[in-house]
Design a protein around this ligand. Structure first.
Ligand code: XMP
Length: 325
């Protein structure tokens, strides 16, 4: 029977046998898969592992700092923080089409990844947090005709991305490829991954950029980040974080009229998207208490400059998707 202890033990043995004294690169996103993988690899090969964390500027408030601090200071795992905020923002200038947005983010991710892995490398292996469901569906890896080993043609956490450039073909190592998500969580927990990462709600690769409808600008990013932070605070305070599959804010590019004191306002609306789901394939909008909605609405309108209205999304999936883009 499957136990986390035997899985961890066997994985460590396999990783050591495969990697030998070579170097491994891992693109760390902060999600449970790549974080568990980082912990497992670190246990197996120590400082032969380099984690690269690319900050696109689309994460939630304080998360990049927290993540880097946690990994470096608390767990002494080598994390290279790459600040690419300006580059990603420049790529999105004037872009409103969701698919173009995703593509541009994906391409820029590859560009940054390529440059940085050259700078930090050379590396022999690229570690990916591929899970069993990805393997079943997968058309995203090829076998190297010579060695038969799987090689990367796509970066997993950004599933709308094209191929990695030819001269960047690493050998792949995918220690989580036989696991389901709940098993990854168990493994992560058993090797010391903190609960805040083990229980993290899913967060899309393109991050807040696909939760800003229309053009992404630094002004809009700041507004959404602040509104999203209030959402997270109140969801946590009310003990709902673990109960909801996701709870987040979306910023719309339209403006509507409001009144603040005796002043007319003309500002953006924020959409609250709180959902329950088993696997993200289908989802129900969450029936949370009205008082909580009122509290969040009041806080956002009062504390976030540029927002004067909050609405609640009561669309399930299908027919709605979870994200708005
Ligand atoms: P949708 O919007 O398709 O989302 O109902 C289903 C689940 O997938 C997440 N999602 C993504 N995750 N990269 C990711 O890693 C992406 O580009 C992406 N788009 C959506 C979404 O948050 C939800 O949990």
């Amino acid at each position: 029977t499957w136990t986390t202890a035997t899985f961890v033990e066997e994985s460590i043995r396999e990783i050591r046998a495969q990697v030998g004294d070579k170097r491994v690169l891992l693109a760390l996103s902060g999600g449970v898969d790549s974080s568990t993988l980082a912990f497992l690899l670190h246990k197996a090969i120590g400082d032969q592992l380099t984690c690269m964390f690319i900050d696109q500027g689309f994460m939630r408030k304080y998360e990049p700092e927290r993540l880097v601090k946690l990994f470096k200071e608390q767990f002494h795992i080598d994390v290279e923080y790459v600040n690419a905020r300006e580059r990603f923002l420049a790529q999105l200038e004037g872009i409103t089409d969701p698919e173009v947005k995703r593509k541009r983010i994906g391409h820029e991710f590859i560009n940054v990844f390529e440059e940085e892995s050259k700078r930090l490398g050379p590396f022999d292996y690229l570690a990916q947090g591929t899970l069993y469901p990805d393997v079943i569906e997968s058309a995203d890896t090829n076998a190297d005709p010579k060695s038969g080993e799987r090689v990367a043609v796509k970066i997993k956490s950004h599933h709308n991305v094209g191929g990695l450039p030819k001269d960047l073909r690493f050998k792949l190592i995918e220690p989580l490829r036989k696991l389901f998500k709940d098993e990854v969580r168990k493994v992560g927990r058993s090797i010391g991954l903190p609960e805040e990462i083990v229980n993290r709600q899913p967060f899309p690769g393109p991050g807040l950029a696909i939760r800003i409808i229309g053009e992404v600008t630094s002004e809009r990013l700041n507004i959404l980040r602040d509104a999203d932070f209030i959402v997270r605070q109140e969801i946590n305070r009310h003990g709902l974080y673990g109960e909801l599959w996701q709870a987040f804010a979306v910023l719309l590019p339209i403006r509507s009229v409001g009144v603040m004191g005796d002043q007319r306002t003309y500002a953006y609306p924020i959409v609250l998207r709180f959902i329950k789901s088993e696997d993200g394939m289908t989802a129900d909008w969450a029936r949370v208490p009205y008082d909580l909605l009122e509290l969040i609405s009041n806080r956002i309108v009062n504390e976030v400059k540029g927002v004067n209205r909050v609405v609640y999304d009561i669309t399930s999936k299908p027919p709605g998707t979870i994200e708005w883009e």
